[in-house]
Design a protein around this ligand. Structure first.
Ligand SMILES: [Fe+2]
Ligand SMILES: [Fe+2]
Length: 157
């Protein structure tokens, strides 16, 4: 049985962030399944590395939007992101050295807390501030001054 399926109750109202959450929830369930089915350490380790990459990218997307919308709790929220990444990184390192049931169990606990604690409570709090906004890695670039549009060919006098 899946750990936690993404359903509408997890919706934060920003399409790019909801899309990230759907993908992250799916991968977490996949990792949980792989651990329970006793997949190889190499396979599980690779999935965990992918999850960290997705998490870092997603957290940055949220932080860009919180800053852009002057969300008052940005600092504390960002600190929680750092805490999740740090904890996951140290558990992944521990798993790499010794893939015991204790370590994998702890990883699953952290992932479950991320979905049901961080997403459901901390992320949900920015919802009224961010609803309707979008963020992509291109946001930083799009805030640069735009170059003058070129004159269409043949439009001159
Ligand atoms: Fe999130
Ligand atoms: Fe978050």
């Amino acid at each position: 049985m899946p750990l936690t399926l993404w359903t509408d109750k997890y919706e934060v109202g920003v399409e790019s962030l909801d899309a990230d959450h759907i993908i992250i929830f799916s991968l977490i369930n996949y990792i949980d399944e792989a651990i329970r089915l006793d997949a190889s350490q190499k396979t599980i380790h690779r999935m965990l590395r992918v999850l960290i990459l997705l998490a870092v990218e997603h957290f940055q997307r949220e932080e860009i939007l919180m800053n852009k919308n002057a969300y008052p709790d940005t600092k504390a929220h960002t600190a929680e992101h750092h805490k999740i990444v740090k904890k996951l990184q140290s558990l992944i390192e521990a798993y790499e050295k010794s893939p015991t049931a204790n370590v994998s169990g702890e990883i699953i606990n952290v992932l479950a807390a991320w979905m049901n604690g961080h997403v459901m409570e901390t992320d949900m709090r920015y919802r009224p501030f961010l609803t309707g906004q979008e963020a992509s890695p291109r946001d930083a670039a799009s805030e640069q001054p735009q170059a003058e549009p070129e004159q269409p060919v043949g439009s001159g006098p």
